[in-house]
Design a protein. Structure first.
Length: 275
């Protein structure tokens, strides 16, 4: 075994594993760059897709799974809970958008060593009067649409996810990452499944916001962080300018990942290395 490989294995033995949790209209493939980034820093990483989200995004758009429209938020939470239950240690959870809320919910159920919620849907039906937020929530959660899919198009993707990018770049990312989605997951987020006791002690939590986010405004991200009341628990907030909701996939994502890596290094103790 090479010296470099031995060093990586040694580091991996010391680092807490990371599970990346994607949000709506994406799947685990959206985390590919982040997995490489954090694995190079010694973190064992995985990005399991939600139920009915596994596969190539282009194929999922062309032929979405028949059961996708009925997917609930609690099913997604149980999916990740089962994965965590098979792990020897609690992982770090890094979630984007509704995946950020799922990371917070799992943290509240004592399933996480730490949680990072990026452009996260906020718990406890926290809402905003921002027009982009209201437009997107109303369009997706439309109660008259039943279990029909919320279908993502290149136009919607550019307006809501990649609004800070040129259309050509947005279309490229749409082709690479976008999928259709269940409306029920977002509906549930504003119901009982999205409730969280923010007064209790919790694992270290970092909330990350994007200044130009058309789906989860930065002001809502700040309110999310400020809602946690336990003074003995670590809760932090970071905001990045000139970023949209696709903050994890647009150019400059490395700066965001680096800031998160620095925060994890400061607040998540490394495990004792194996002999």
């Amino acid at each position: 075994m090479s010296g470099a490989r031995k060093k990586l294995n040694h580091l991996s033995a010391m680092k807490t594993p990371i599970i990346f949790i994607h949000g709506m209209f994406l799947n685990g493939k959206s985390w590919a760059n982040w997995i490489r980034f954090f694995e190079q820093r010694g973190y064992p990483c995985s990005a399991p897709s939600w139920p009915f989200h596994e596969g190539e995004p282009s194929e999922l758009r062309d032929g979405p799974p028949a059961s996708l429209g009925g997917l609930s938020m609690e099913e997604v939470i149980r999916h990740y809970s089962a994965i965590i239950a098979r792990m020897p240690d609690k992982p770090i959870l890094i979630g984007h958008s509704l995946g950020g809320l799922i990371a917070q919910e799992l943290m509240g159920r004592h399933r996480a060593a730490a949680a990072v919620a990026i452009c996260s849907v906020a718990p406890n039906a926290m809402a905003s009067c921002d027009w982009g937020f209201l437009r997107n929530v109303a369009s997706i959660a439309n109660p008259f649409a039943g279990d029909s899919l919320s279908r993502m198009t290149a136009e919607k993707f550019h307006a809501a996810f990649a609004n800070t990018l040129e259309r050509e770049e947005s279309d490229r990312l749409f082709e690479q990452f976008a999928v259709h989605e269940s409306r029920n997951v977002l509906r549930d987020a504003f119901g009982d499944d999205g409730q969280l006791d923010v007064e209790l002690p919790h694992a270290p939590l970092l909330i990350v916001a994007a200044q130009e986010d058309e789906i989860v405004p930065d002001s809502l991200g700040r309110r999310n962080a400020e809602a946690y009341e336990d003074g003995q628990s670590v809760t932090a907030f970071l905001e990045f300018p000139k970023r949209g909701h696709l903050i994890c996939g647009q150019p400059g994502w490395e700066e965001v990942a680096s800031a998160i890596a620095d925060w994890l290094h400061a607040y998540v103790p490394e495990k004792t290395a194996a002999a």
